[in-house]
Ligand binder design. Structure first.
Ligand SMILES: NC(=O)c1ccc[n+]([C@@H]2O[C@H](COP(=O)([O-])OP(=O)(O)OC[C@H]3O[C@@H](n4cnc5c(N)ncnc54)[C@H](O)[C@@H]3O)[C@@H](O)[C@H]2O)c1
Length: 324
């Protein structure tokens, strides 16, 4: 497998949001492949704190900065060939609590990252979008499926809109300025070091705290769950593929589909005695989300490998270790 990525050896890769959940996993893999990595992050969230060994490694540079500061981004990008743009405000409660900030960071921050990348002579730029761009019903959606985002009056869609605008900026910027730009749409990623609000992280935190797992609504909402090492593989493939520039790719695992209640039951079964509680949902819910990944399979050779049960066991074990 590492042979597929030999072309990355020796490259300097800047990750905005590099101290985050997916960023730290990407950074570790890039280091294994012989890259130098620059982690640019304002530490709004901190997954890096859970892997002190990563910061201490040779070929890792940590830059504390904000993506709203274009000059800082441009400085940090000097000498890099690739930018992975992950920094964003994510998490459903943030869209409700900080909608304007979410729009500013996610849209203006992406424009800054693109402009800084152009000024720094970056060759490849990957923008992290989201499966939320499909709105509340997203069953087997392809990259060309329509965006059924809900009304502008509902704060639930602030994040999705910011990410969709960022996709347009990324692709149009690439065409206008001759930069190889790509967007990836992660579908429900989970794994060790996730500090955000995903259901799996929430369930694991509840288990280690000896609390019941809280399932919102009637538990019938459906998601396809993708383990973090699989998205890392998909993203790296966009960096070495001749077919990735100018395109958007769904990255997820359509085989590992589960309802929220089913997910809670699987986690509870790992630690017998864990209780499940049903709670009313007070926000717009996304009912169903499963990606069609034929484009990533066909054009990148992407294939998710980690089953939900295997990934859940690893994730829960990590949360327990942290607690210990
Ligand atoms: N995890 C998922 O399931 C998922 C799903 C869809 C999309 N995504 C997208 O993938 C990307 C990475 O997600 P993640 O799960 O690793 O999230 P994360 O929150 O763990 O990581 C994002 C990082 O960005 C940093 N950041 C936030 N605002 C910043 C700013 N103004 N300047 C500099 N850094 C800033 C945070 O401190 C954090 O370390 C995000 O763009 C997210 O929207 C993630």
């Amino acid at each position: 497998m590492s042979g597929d990525f030999a072309a990355l050896r020796g490259q300097r890769v800047l990750l905005t949001g590099g101290a985050g959940f997916i960023g730290t996993h990407l950074a570790e893999r890039l280091l294994d492949l012989g890259c130098q990595v620059v982690l640019f992050d304002n530490h709004r969230r901190d997954s890096l704190g859970a892997v002190p060994a990563l910061q201490a490694k040779e070929h890792v540079t940590l830059v504390t900065g904000d993506i709203l500061d274009r000059a800082a981004l441009e400085d940090a990008m000097q000498g890099a060939a690739v930018v992975l743009h992950l920094a964003a405000i994510a998490g459903v409660s943030s869209y409700y609590a900080e909608p304007l900030r979410t729009l500013e960071v996610n849209v203006l921050g992406t424009v800054n990252a693109l402009e800084a990348a152009r000024a720094a002579g970056i060759q490849r730029f990957v923008d992290f979008s989201t499966s939320e761009v499909f709105g509340p019903d997203a069953m087997w959606v392809t990259e060309e499926s329509p965006h059924g985002i809900g009304p502008v009056s509902d704060l639930r869609w602030v994040y999705a809109t910011s990410k969709l605008v960022s996709e347009h900026f990324t692709l149009r910027f690439g065409t206008a300025h001759g930069m190889a730009t790509t967007c990836v749409r992660p579908f429900n990623i989970y794994g060790p070091r996730q500090t955000g609000e995903g259901a799996i992280g929430n369930f694991c935190r509840a288990v280690v705290n000896g609390e019941p797992l809280q399932v919102y609504g009637d538990g019938s909402a459906i998601r396809a769950w993708c383990f973090v090492t699989d998205i890392v593989d998909g993203v790296l493939r966009t960096l070495v593929s001749p077919n990735a520039a100018g395109k958007v790719f769904n990255i997820g695992n359509p085989r590992e589909v589960e309802t929220t209640l089913g997910l809670a039951r699987r986690v509870a079964a790992l630690r017998p005695g864990t209780k499940i509680e049903m709670r009313d949902v007070d926000r717009t819910d996304v009912r169903a989300r499963i990606p069609n990944i034929d484009r990533a399979r066909g054009e990148l050779g992407f294939e998710p490998r980690v089953s939900l049960d295997e990934g859940l066991a690893q994730t829960l074990a990590w949360f327990e270790e942290q607690r210990g």
